[in-house]
Write a protein that binds this ligand. Structure first.
Ligand SMILES: [Zn+2]
Length: 244
C-alpha cells in the first residue's frame, strides 16, 4: 500500500512539475497605453525646421510586433459630432491603406465600405481584453488627450513568444469635435489622428522631439492638422523595419 502511495506521489510530482513550469513560463499579456495629446507648439503643415533625422522611428518595448498580419478590426461609429458611419469608416480605411502603401506586407485587411464591420457594442478595453481590435469614440477623462491607443501584447519572455495580440483605439469625443479638416479646419481630423494611432497598433511608438513634427508618429497634434495622414520618411522606414 505504501508503495502504491509512493508511486502515485512520484507520478503526480513528475506530471505536475512540467505543468507548473509551463504555467509559470507562459508570458502574460499586458498592455501599453499611448495617449495622444494636443500641444500649442504642434506646428502646422509646411512650417518649421526640418526633422533632425527624417528617418527616425521608435518601436514598442522589445521591438514587439504582430506575428500574423492582415489585421481585422471593428468600428463603433457612434459619435457626438454628426459624422456618418460611412465617413468614419472612410477615414479609417484611408488610414489603413496609407500604412499598407509603404509596406510589402499586407498589414490590414483590405476593407471597403461594403465589407467594413460596424459594431455598436464595441468599446475600449482597459482592464480585460476581448480579442477584438476596436476603434471607437468615447470619453477620455483628460481635456488634453485627443485619442488613446491601447496595445495588448506579450512584452516579456523569450523573443519567440513576444508579440502584439490586440489593439483598441478611442477618439476623445468629450473634449474634441471630430471631422474632416479639408472641409472644416477647426475640427480634429479623424483620418490624421487614426493614421497615428494605427502606427501604435502596428508597433511604433511616439516621437516627441519637436523637430519630428512631420512624422505621422509625432506625439502631438492640433486642430485642422492633416500632416499625419501621409507617412513621412521615419514612419516608412519604421514600418519597413518591422514588417518589410
Ligand atoms: Zn501616439
Amino acid at each position: 500500500m505504501k508503495k502504491i502511495f509512493a508511486l502515485l506521489f512520484i507520478t503526480t510530482v513528475l506530471i505536475s512539475i512540467p505543468l507548473v513550469a509551463a504555467a509559470n513560463s507562459k508570458p502574460a499579456v499586458t498592455k501599453i497605453v499611448f495617449i495622444h495629446r494636443v500641444q500649442d507648439f504642434a506646428k502646422p503643415e509646411g512650417v518649421g525646421k526640418p526633422a533632425k533625422d527624417v528617418a527616425d522611428y521608435e518601436f514598442l518595448p522589445k521591438n514587439v510586433k504582430w506575428t500574423s498580419l492582415d489585421l481585422e478590426f471593428v468600428i463603433n461609429p457612434t459619435n457626438d459630432d454628426g459624422l456618418s458611419a460611412d465617413s468614419v469608416a472612410t477615414a479609417i480605411i484611408d488610414a489603413t491603406n496609407e500604412w499598407d502603401l509603404w509596406s510589402s506586407a499586407n498589414l490590414f485587411y483590405d476593407y471597403d465600405i461594403a465589407s467594413i464591420v460596424f459594431d455598436s457594442s464595441a468599446v475600449l478595453d482597459t482592464d480585460v481584453r476581448d480579442g477584438k481590435n476596436e476603434i471607437v469614440f468615447g470619453t477620455i477623462d483628460e481635456p488634453n488627450a485627443i485619442a488613446m491607443c491601447v496595445v495588448w501584447g506579450v512584452f516579456v519572455g523569450p523573443p519567440s513568444a513576444r508579440q502584439i495580440v490586440e489593439f483598441d483605439i478611442i477618439f476623445n469625443d468629450e473634449y474634441y469635435e471630430w471631422g474632416n479638416a479639408d472641409d472644416d479646419s477647426t475640427v480634429m481630423d479623424l483620418q490624421n489622428i487614426v493614421t497615428h494611432e494605427l502606427g501604435h497598433a502596428l508597433g511604433l511608438a511616439d516621437l516627441y522631439d519637436s523637430t519630428m513634427y512631420q512624422q505621422t508618429m509625432y506625439g502631438y497634434a492640433t486642430y485642422g492638422e492633416t500632416i499625419k495622414r501621409d507617412l513621412y520618411d521615419g514612419d516608412k522606414a519604421g514600418i519597413v523595419a518591422l514588417y518589410g
